[in-house]
Design a protein around this ligand. Sequence first.
Ligand SMILES: *[C@@H]1O[C@H](CO)[C@@H](O)[C@H](O)[C@H]1NC(C)=O
Ligand SMILES: *[C@@H]1O[C@H](CO)[C@@H](O)[C@H](O)[C@H]1NC(C)=O
Length: 721
Amino acid sequence: MVGMDLVMFLACIWVWNPMFAVANTDSSDVSALNVLFTSLNSPSQLNGWTANNGDPCGQPWQGITCSGSAVTAIKLSGLGLSGTLGYNIMNMNSLVELDLSNNNLGGGNPIPYNLPPNLERLNLAGNQFSGNVPYSITQLVALRYLNLGHNQLQGSLSDSFSTLTNITTMDLSFNALSGNLPESFNTLSTLTTLYLQNNQFSGPIDVLANLPLQDLNVANNRFTGWIPEQLKKINNLQTDGNSWSTGPAPPPPPYTPPPPGRRTNPGRSNSGNSPSNNNGSGGGGSSGISGGGIAGIIIAILVIGGIAAFFVIKKKTRKSSREEHLEDDHSFAPLNSSEVKVAEMKSIQTPPTIDTTSLHPPAPINLKPPPKIERNKSFDEDDFSKKPVVRKTNKTPIKATVYSVADLQMATDSFSMDNLLGEGTFGRVYMAHFHDGKVLAVKKINSTILANQRSEDFIELVSNISRLHHPNLTELVGYCSEHGQHLLVYEYHKNGSLQDRLHLSDEYTNPLTWNTRVKIALGSARALEHLHEVCSPSVVHKNFKSSNILLDMELNPHLSDAGLASLVPDAELQALDQSSGYGAPEVAMSGQYTLKSDIYSFGVVMLELLTGRKPFDSSRPRSEQSLVRWATPQLHDIDALDQMVDPALKGLYPAKSLSRFADIIALCVQPEPEFRPPMSEVVQALVRLVQRANMSRRMLSGDGQEASRRADDPDTQDYTF
Ligand SMILES: *[C@@H]1O[C@H](CO)[C@@H](O)[C@H](O)[C@H]1NC(C)=O
Ligand SMILES: *[C@@H]1O[C@H](CO)[C@@H](O)[C@H](O)[C@H]1NC(C)=O
């Protein structure tokens, strides 16, 4: 058989070799087109195309244009094509035009995230793409023409369009897109044609007022407010089918945030070219207010009330925060109802700087394992507890600071794209710089998620979340619930998410060392253990994944989004999260999240740490796409483990530690929920792993090979937690 295979193999080389010899197309372009061809289900109607090799610039391939040996355009419109675009199309660096319009592409899948980086014309109109407009499209800086019309796109647009400095035509019509127009639209200073008709966009269109538009269609949406005067001069203007405000007078300023004391220009601090916003439309991101005069009057009254209340509250705040400082050890105690009421009162209008009395300066504390761990105290752990401990900011107060929309708008530069940190299941997260120098992270909850919630529910959620304290949980600092906007303010962690660190790292960041990976696993395990076994009632996280594990300066993990999942019913959450690769099999069937489904997701994150692979990666061969399915059969095979381990580790890991780590994973990702261990056992197992590793390091410290490995290892100390 081996002989046979060899003959076949040689035969293949013999067959293809001549092709290599005459081919003059760039090999990365050929490879991307080969993959595109198979991803399109090898359509016979594409003359000249092949699944292997070939010479698209030398021989005629239908729809391909080249310049020299580089492919510059792919035009395959209206050919009845189905399937997807393949996983390596982003390698086509010379491609300036991609036109796959009017086919049956996508089949309900999202537009691929990775597109050729230098595209000037992208036309995917008239297909079956669903999901969001990927953020990555707004990073195609050379785009002049973008057409995504007539698909099944949904969700709101990311506020990241200011990169598209050359775009002249944008067509997003006939989709199911919703939300306000992003404020960064007002930077599209070359845009002459904009088609947004037949979507579900809402809010005002003021951000378009100063664009050089000659052709604008916003018909059949849910836009409100007034049509700006400038736009009425456009020849080709379609605005029917919206809920415009009527009336003879020009629009009164819909809402100008009241100046909080010493600030001069509270509504805006955006120094960028955002001409249309000074009159308080607030742009896409954050206003949601267009109620005009009545709202203005109500707000004026609230402001006066707020200022009056301010002095009273300030006193109270000082007092209660002092009390809480004394109660440090009872930080899991629930908010009492009078505190919640104070918080609600303050939400009327209190700038955050006023409330900073409730934020104590960071104080280093020892990270003690949560109480449960004590029960199995072992030799290992005694020793372990003497190790250097994580330093962690201790924010004592339970109470969350109340922010106004204006405060947060100011701190985030009106939710500018420059401050966008990421996008989670529940909304986008922005970096916020406050007057007093604080840097925090602001999560803007998607309005669709809270559509059916009352603001009391949101306050209750906040009070629940504010009770969760653990050194490995991202701490809630404050919130904002105002004018239908719901935002949560968290501590900010400088090193981003584990997901970014594992899957998006560039040459400037060092890959995580094995020690750090173990440390991240243990810290995250402790966070989950706390939610599951210390909190009463238990908190099921439901959304445990590497993008929710944030890393601080010392790469300690902080689990975010704890308690947030209760915002949405399980079924909806599951729909949002489908095919992420983190969901336990029983969740897909029952639609119910449990402690055990969290443990499964935890095992998937451990697998990510071990392999450096994404839980689901459609760019890999089919058998390797699902990380769990690919990895679990090999977890007990030491040789296979060596092959599976993240190549970024460059072999720098202790084999024993790796195989123990793999054993823990195997327990967590078992298909039967009842066989998965409780989180406290996972923590124990990881603690033992760390301890043994430290002991064997000490014993081996004279060993030349081990010593040289350690010299390469940035964490030259023992594991520190
Ligand atoms: C925008 O167009 C100009 C003029 O054609 C060109 O020089 C510039 O490189 C383009 N910008 C980008 C980001 O491609
Ligand atoms: C904003 O208001 C000023 C006067 O207050 C007016 O001159 C200007 O045209 C307005 N801008 C927009 C975009 O409505």
